[in-house]
Design a protein around this ligand. Structure first.
Ligand code: F6P
Length: 359
């Protein structure tokens, strides 16, 4: 392995720079390889000249490990296999991307992405005959083949901090505070933050909620003498039969959102409580990575380079039982990894008396 490419793809999150740094350090110090950083994900590979920069150890001054975002840039729209053609249609531009990869003269590619990016990158690598290794990242933590994705821990820590800030003001004003968190179709952030942040109700996409169950729980909290309550609502949580809320946010993609306001309004109408809604949004994606995300990103980067150097490609690095491991991308289920309703976190939440929206 003489020349290794690395790119970030999909929505950013905290810990991406730590992963890029680990890839570069391991490739150079472990194998004497050159590393090329591809800019703006697959979009950079469509540009001519291809958008890329050499990455050597001098790039990694002490601050990069700590920085949020991605020093390589990223895109979460514009699948090269169905790229918007500017006239309302789509064109297959995968050949341009593959040609861009060839122009860089790479022996292997490491892609840091979520499940959508992984599908695209792997298909491109297969089509172009380029050895590929994937590193999972996304605050949603919904990639198959790993218990943890880079960025998730920081997002949960941010949501817990928000609950820590909401609780005293809720208590001062006798309010029900609703916190809407991200996660797309998976409730991992909501559930973990709800448990760690002392929520009374946690609404997740995996459980269509019953408003009566939610209001019954809030009534019980009030009857037990507490003057306030905390509700965590995943952005795609939806009431039975109503479907998730979404809106066009521009930039070519539909955004999920509004679930927190929707449930907040319903709670206020049904109970007469003084309700306020906070939408945490992209605050969960930016900022300094936690130590857990830095450790995970570092371990994934080293493991991925070792796989590429050994010729074990077509694989996804993952985390299980306190260690890295890897799985053939072909063996991974096609769907996203959602909350296991019989798993430890769901059991813990129910054991604490947290209402998950069902009866
Ligand atoms: O997949 C990560 C994520 O942050 C989701 O939790 C969220 O629904 C989405 O991306 C937001 O995407 P965008 O940055 O395009 O608004």
């Amino acid at each position: 392995m003489k020349r290794l490419g690395v790119l970030t793809s999909g929505g950013d999150c905290a810990g991406l720079n730590a992963a890029i740094r680990a890839v570069v350090k391991r490739a150079i110090t472990g194998y004497g390889a050159e590393v090329v950083g591809i800019l703006q994900g697959t979009k950079g590979l469509m540009e001519r000249p291809v958008m890329a920069r050499p990455l050597d150890l001098s790039v990694f001054t002490g601050d990069i490990l700590r920085q949020g975002g991605t020093m390589l840039g990223t895109v979460n729209t514009g699948d090269p296999f169905a790229f918007p053609d500017g006239q309302g249609g789509f064109a297959d531009r995968s050949d341009e991307v593959i040609d861009g990869i060839r122009q860089l003269g790479l022996d292997a590619l490491i892609g840091i992405g979520g499940d959508g990016s992984m599908r695209i990158l792997r298909r491109l690598a297969d089509q172009g005959g380029l050895p590929f290794v994937g590193i999972p990242k996304t605050i949603d933590n919904d990639v198959q083949g790993t218990e943890l994705c880079i960025g998730y821990h920081t997002a949960v820590a941010t949501a817990v901090e928000a609950l820590d800030r909401l609780q005293p003001t809720a208590a001062s004003h006798h309010r029900v505070m609703v916190l809407e968190v991200m996660g797309r179709d998976a409730g991992h952030i909501a559930l973990a933050a709800g448990i760690a942040g002392g929520a009374d109700v946690v609404l997740i996409p995996e459980i269509p909620y019953d408003l009566d169950a939610v209001t019954a729980k809030l009534t019980t909290v009030a009857q037990e003498g507490r003057n306030h309550a905390l509700v965590v609502c995943a952005e795609a949580a939806a009431e039975d039969g109503i479907g998730r809320e979404s809106f066009a946010g521009g930039g070519g993609s539909a955004h999920i959102g509004g679930a927190g306001q929707a449930v907040g309004t319903k709670i206020a109408e049904a109970t007469g409580a003084d309700v306020r809604v906070t939408v945490l949004g992209h605050v969960q994606r930016g900022g300094m990575p936690t130590s857990v995300d830095r450790l995970l990103a570092s371990a994934f980067g080293v493991h991925a380079v070792d796989l590429a150097a050994a010729g074990h490609t077509g694989r996804l690095v993952g985390w299980r039982d306190g260690d890295t491991f890897d799985t053939a991308l072909d063996d991974l289920p096609a769907d996203s990894r959602v909350v296991d309703l019989n798993g430890s976190q769901a059991r813990t939440a129910r054991g604490l008396g947290i209402c998950l929206g069902d009866r």
